[in-house]
Design a protein around this ligand. Structure first.
Ligand SMILES: Cc1cc2nc3c(=O)[nH]c(=O)nc-3n(C[C@H](O)[C@H](O)[C@H](O)COP(=O)(O)OP(=O)(O)OC[C@H]3O[C@@H](n4cnc5c(N)ncnc54)[C@H](O)[C@@H]3O)c2cc1C
Length: 306
């Protein structure tokens, strides 16, 4: 069994910043991720609102964060957290295939895309239904697509998709656009973009791949069929807090409740980033949480040693 001072779960911006601060502060630190390090930004086309970096691909920013954390001694490993328990002051964790013990844990597992839950969505996922423009956009060169959700994520990823597709029809449940104004304006000025506000997707149709999306006008009840080859869905996220459910206090949606030092209801277990109950989920706030969590973990371990 491997023993370290700090385990960080999740190598998104929160986890990588936590690892950077903790390793630089002298803790032996291991970061686990169930996928590729980088988290949500690794598949985000452009980040334009991280201070000091005018415009950068999410993939590149993620790579820089990892390199910086590694330069201070943080180690990255592949593994999904399956279970965690605390006995005395020691945390024991099972990560698909390996076990590790630590004095403190920073849980920064972020969130997963929310599904629409309509007919055809699951069956056609990977066959025209996608939640990741960067991963799948190039498959839709010259095609017509629907983007569901006019929050900032949907509008931003739609702009990226415009580099490939022939047209985008945005479908938004609410009667107004909720995303940033600047992103809306950039979409609106394009001739091949249209908006169906106050419309609800009721099903996605197609034999072997997506052929059409059926929507209902929420004001009139009129049903419309939009012929498209792809549907990109950006309707929010669900926190990946399941593995620590028994150890921490969560809100009704599953987001972890922390104090301003990122401490959860279990001493020594800290939470950072999108997984946390908070008003703004962005790279800059994830990084900020990661730094605070690492600072608190260092203080906590110092106290344990007294
Ligand atoms: C399409 C899109 C565009 C965006 N654009 C911007 C933008 O322009 N600017 C901005 O500031 N923010 C943007 N965001 C938001 C930003 O990406 C997030 O706020 C940020 O990535 C949150 O970081 P995080 O580290 O908390 O979580 P995440 O980035 O979600 O990382 C969590 C990591 O934890 C891992 N994980 C999950 N469960 C486990 C487990 N059980 N065991 C091991 N590992 C696990 C995941 O694989 C993942 O790598 C965008 C988000 C999306 C979806």
């Amino acid at each position: 069994m491997d023993r370290v001072e700090l385990v960080v779960v999740g190598a998104g911006p929160a986890g990588m910043t936590a690892a950077l601060y903790a390793a630089r502060g002298g803790l032996s630190t291991v970061v686990y991720d169930k996928g590729m390090p980088g988290g949500l930004i690794a598949s985000t086309d452009r980040i334009e609102n991280y201070p000091g970096v005018e415009s950068i691909s999410g993939f590149e920013l993620a790579g820089r964060m990892r390199k910086q954390a590694e330069s201070f001694g943080a180690r990255f490993r592949s593994g999904e957290l399956k279970s965690i328990r605390k006995e005395g002051s020691v945390f024991s964790m099972d990560f698909s295939g390996e076990s590790v013990e630590s004095k403190a844990v920073i849980f920064a597992a972020g969130s997963v895309p929310r599904k629409l839950g309509v007919d055809g969505e699951e069956r056609l996922t990977g066959r025209g239904v996608s939640y990741c423009a960067t991963c799948d956009g190039p498959f839709f060169r010259g095609k017509d697509i629907v983007v569901v959700g006019c929050g900032s994520s949907g509008l931003q990823e739609g702009l990226f998709l415009l580099g490939f597709v022939r047209s985008i029809t945005y479908v938004e449940f609410l009667p107004y656009v909720t995303g940033e104004r600047v992103l809306y304006e950039r979409n609106k000025e394009r001739e091949n973009v249209s908006f169906l506000l106050n419309h609800k997707v009721v099903r996605i149709e197609g034999e072997d791949s997506v052929e059409s999306v059926v929507v209902v006008d929420r004001r009139t009840g009129e049903e419309k069929r939009i012929s498209v080859s792809g549907v990109f869905i950006y309707v929010g996220f669900l926190p990946a807090s399941g593995p620590v459910a028994g150890l921490v206090e969560r809100d009704k949606d599953g987001y972890i409740i922390t104090d301003e030092g990122m401490a959860t209801s279990t001493p020594g277990l800290f939470a950072a980033g999108d997984i946390r109950k908070k008003p703004l989920r962005q790279v800059v706030t994830a990084a900020s949480d990661g730094a605070s969590a690492a600072f608190s973990a260092i203080e906590y371990i110092k106290e344990l040693g007294k």
